[in-house]
Design a protein around this ligand. Structure first.
Ligand SMILES: Cc1cc2nc3c(=O)[nH]c(=O)nc-3n(C[C@H](O)[C@H](O)[C@H](O)COP(=O)(O)OP(=O)(O)OC[C@H]3O[C@@H](n4cnc5c(N)ncnc54)[C@H](O)[C@@H]3O)c2cc1C
Length: 491
């Protein structure tokens, strides 16, 4: 029961369940203080603690599930022994796709580290292999390692993972490594030498959101892991209200950085509005995008809407996750012909108007090969952020059966009349062309910001996004561009 329900039902204002101590100040000294306990903050804290440093980590929520901790379904850009794709290739597809508005520096190092990091998180307890043999024989499974891949089954550098198992494992490792965790403690400002903007960072202030207690953290190094601005509320009673999907990432991190004089870039670039906004939540309806690729889409009469490649050729279901002849590889969200996945025809709306297809459209998982159906409805929808309970569990409890039933697809045409994520992505340079989350903190090869003593990781970094990027520790010590060698071994 939430606060409003409780008050409505009882007709009484319920007493605040925590002691209120506005007058209390806690002083904490540490070698490193990490602001934000998402995947990026937790992995940075583990890394520092393993080096014998005294680490304090604070999060406005509870870091076992906070930030991107509810789950995710794929681990991107991971060159590995089963793949010919290199870190340089990973940087290049993003550079081409986002017309240079990417962060080649952080994403290069992240791609270099991604495979080692994945194996390391597996040791902490996360599930990264099909150990139950659910997908035995599927074309996206490597039978030897039991890894399962997505988007490009030939080039195998994008992993499907059971992302719901990751954050509890990482958080537990933080505790094992002796990281001092302050949950429900929200950072409010950076402390700088002499209180001057642009001076060396020496700590941070914070408030406990339950008790109101004040905190002063003093540290030799501060890591900004508070992500970027992602939660925007629309003041509209008709729509659900939130147009980004991490509700507690409300922009306080960037505001704290701004006030201390941290260099930020691309702040004029907003990320495309994600559903819900003016449309049905895409992950909870049948669709063909992202988590649901390569779901078969049919019209009201059961007629299949073809997937087409970037040259307009119709692609059958068995080839939707394979590069077309001459294409180097398929990259997750690229629309550039060099790397694009097969997708719905661009003229679909016209073809519907002319009567070729009859609305509504549906995702027909039942009509797909068993492995594609089960991996979408099971692994992917079962692990993507916040879809497990609201979608997978609740729909099945209500009788939905992916072997038999279809889910209506609102997503394909939802750009008309309101903008969907898909259509806002096409709006040009001020929307999605910036990679990932668009504007944020500028860092160098060591993840140092322009302020001495202040570092940044994960989505807090300019053009951040994705778990593999957030979890990279940037322990690269070789020369950028150097061939071979594993980063940790070199270090
Ligand atoms: C629905 C959804 C699906 C996704 N799917 C995928 C996927 O399949 N694959 C993938 O790679 N990525 C996916 N992502 C992206 C991925 O989750 C993020 O890139 C990742 O979580 C970034 O980690 P982070 O630690 O940098 O930031 P976050 O996970 O956002 O964590 C930031 C933390 O900082 C805390 N915080 C913020 N401000 C303050 C403050 N002032 N004081 C104290 N604490 C603060 C927050 O509570 C939060 O815990 C998905 C994201 C969402 C929302």
């Amino acid at each position: 029961m939430n606060w409003e329900d409780a008050v409505t039902r009882t007709g009484q204002v319920i007493e605040w369940p925590y002691p209120v101590r506005y007058d209390k100040q806690n002083d904490i000294d540490a070698d490193v203080v990490v602001l934000g306990g998402g995947p990026g903050g937790c992995m940075a804290a583990i890394s520092a603690a393993k080096k014998g440093l005294k680490v304090a980590l604070l999060d406005k929520a509870y870091p076992k599930r906070s930030g991107g901790g509810s789950g995710f379904d794929h681990w991107l850009n991971t060159p590995n022994p089963a793949s010919k794709v290199t870190p340089e290739d990973c940087v290049e597809w993003e550079r081409v796709t986002f017309k240079g508005y990417s962060n080649s520096l952080s994403r290069y190092i992240a791609a270099r580290e991604a495979y080692d990091t994945l194996l390391e998180i597996e040791k902490m307890g996360a599930k990264i292999r099909d150990i139950d043999d659910t997908f035995k024989g599927a074309p996206f499974r490597d039978e030897k390692t039991k890894f399962v891949f997505c988007y490009d089954y030939e080039n195998r550098f994008q992993f499907r993972v059971w992302g719901g198992t990751f954050k509890p494992a990482i958080f537990n490792e933080c505790l094992q490594q002796g990281v001092q965790v302050f949950d429900r403690v929200v950072a409010t400002s950076l402390l700088t030498e002499g209180g001057k903007q642009g001076a060396r960072v020496v700590g941070a202030t914070a408030i406990n959101v339950r008790t109101g207690e004040f905190y002063v953290f003093r540290a030799k190094a501060v890591i900004n892991a508070m992500s970027c601005h992602q939660g925007s509320w629309r003041f509209s009673t008709e729509s659900i209200g939130l147009d980004m999907f991490k509700p507690n990432i409300t922009g306080d991190g960037p505001a704290i950085m701004w006030r201390a004089g941290v260099e930020l870039a691309q702040m004029e670039r907003s990320r495309a509005a994600m559903p819900p906004g003016y449309e049905y939540p895409s992950y909870g309806t049948g669709n063909w995008w992202n988590t649901w690729h390569p779901a078969t889409i049919v019209d009201a009469n059961g007629k299949e809407v073809p997937y087409v490649d970037s040259e307009g050729n119709v692609v059958p279901v068995e080839r939707r996750c394979l590069p077309r002849p001459g294409q180097k590889f398929i990259a997750e969200r690229s629309r550039d012909p060099l790397y694009a996945k097969p997708t719905m025809p661009a003229d679909l709306a016209d073809r519907i108007r002319k009567g070729e297809f009859v609305l509504p459209l549906y995702a027909d998982l039942a009509g797909m090969p068993w492995y594609e159906r089960d991996v979408i409805w099971g692994l992917m929808v079962g692990n993507e952020g916040r879809t497990k309970i609201p979608v997978l569990v609740n729909y099945e409890a209500a009788g939905f059966n992916s072997h038999r039933d279809m889910l209506q697809n609102y997503f394909t045409l939802s750009g008309e009349p309101y903008p969907s994520m898909d259509s806002t992505m096409a709006l040009g340079p001020y929307r999605m062309e910036a990679f990932g989350n668009g504007g944020e903190v500028v860092v160098d090869w060591d993840l140092r910001t322009n302020l001495e003593g202040l570092y940044a990781v994960g989505d807090a970094i300019l053009a951040g996004n994705y778990w593999y990027h957030a979890c990279a520790r940037f322990e690269f010590v070789g020369q950028p561009g150097q061939e071979g060698g594993r980063i940790r071994d070199e270090a």
